[in-house]
Design a protein around this ligand. Structure first.
Ligand code: KG4
Ligand code: ZN
Length: 335
């Protein structure tokens, strides 16, 4: 059999996602049931509610994926599932669905790290060319990951406090924007100009670590100080200023790392990769680095999905990685 079919299952946060990927690169089914509407009124993801929705949606989403792909479970070579990191109660629903299918149909099981999944979303777009770096910017993570080959992940920089997406969502709350705030700030930022001088946390020279909590506090203080003076700062101005600070730090560190590590590719990954400003500034910056190819996945593959988990699972499966039926959800899993 020349074809390899991987079923991917992802439930680490608030999307119940199932996908089927052919030969690690071609999506033949990609179903995402979002729970955003249920969490919105709480201003963030409520773990208990997330778990309940995953239970309700899981079998429906699996059925829909097989309907889209027009294949049967027996055609699947392996089941790839997100082991962590994420919300433990949410992870367990996906892990148990994967184990049940693997056991019932005697199909190999492969566990996948959520961030490895985000990075491998890029393999659904183009061939990966090593060595490479991935700039991972999501609601839970902000990391620069070095890969010298498939399946090898070395974190060369990470956030010391808030993740980029987390900072977006927290600033959005201050501006009374709905959850998740990232896309709303992105939209507002394009309607305003970055007039307010907000801090950029460069940290030590040559450090690829990030810090966004100081920036978040600076935005909150700016809003409160203006209120005390009886002034209102236009939300467009705040959004533009905040976004300019986040993007400048992300782009500068990514470019510096790409030069130091002499990589062939830089892959953008994670929910914040959907940010229009970030996509534009990265494209601009990397157009000047002739030897480095910048890869930016389409929006649907940036936010949580299971195609990325199947894509990462495909490589791990080929490398012989297997999980057994003792597999558990692991909220603090290291890449
Ligand atoms: O990767 P993801 O779907 O979930 C995690 O693994 O965390 O990322 C979700 C994060 C949220 O914080 C959301 O606000 C942010 O991605 N996000 C954005 C944009 N679209 C989603 N942040 C900035 N600009 C966007 N356009
Ligand atoms: Zn994610």
């Amino acid at each position: 059999k020349k074809e390899q079919l991987i079923l991917g299952i992802e439930t680490s946060c608030d999307e119940t996602a199932v996908a089927i990927v052919k030969n690690g690169k071609e999506i033949i089914a990609n179903v995402v049931a979002s729970q955003i509407e249920s969490h919105k009124r709480f201003g963030g993801v409520v773990p208990e509610i997330a778990s309940r929705h995953h239970v309700e949606q899981m079998t429906l989403v699996i059925e829909e994926a097989f309907r889209q792909a027009e294949i049967e479970i027996q055609d699947v070579d392996a089941i790839a599932v997100t082991e962590g990191p994420g919300l433990v109660g949410a992870l367990l629903i996906g892990v148990n669905a994967a184990k049940a299918l693997a056991f019932a149909h005697d199909i190999p099981l492969v566990s996948v790290h959520h961030i490895a999944g985000h990075i491998y979303a890029n393999r659904l777009v183009t061939e990966m060319d090593f060595p490479l770096l991935s700039l991972v910017v999501s609601g839970g993570h902000t990391e620069i990951v070095y890969m010298k080959e498939h399946g090898h992940f070395e974190v060369i920089g990470e956030t010391r406090d808030d993740a980029a997406g987390e900072a977006y969502d927290k600033v959005a709350r201050v501006l009374n924007l709905p959850y998740p705030g990232g896309p709303h700030i992105d939209r507002l930022a394009h309607e305003g100009t970055p007039e307010i001088d907000l801090p950029r946390a460069w940290l030590e020279p040559n450090s690829y670590d990030f810090s966004f909590s100081g920036l978040k506090s600076a935005v909150i203080n700016t809003v409160h100080n203006a209120e005390q003076r009886g002034e209102v700062i236009a939300p467009e101005t705040l959004a533009a200023s905040f976004q300019a600070s986040v993007i400048e730090v992300l782009v500068t560190k990514a470019v510096q790392a790409a030069k130091e590590y002499k990589v062939k590719q830089v892959l953008l990954a994670g929910g914040v990769a959907a940010n229009k400003g970030l996509r534009a500034k990265l494209t601009e910056a990397f157009s000047e680095l002739e030897d480095v190819q910048l890869v930016i996945p389409p929006l649907s593959l940036c936010t949580d999905n299971a195609a990325m988990i199947a894509a990462a699972g495909s490589i791990l499966f080929e490398k012989g990685k297997r999980a057994d039926l003792t597999l558990n959800g692991n909220p603090g899993l290291d890449i």
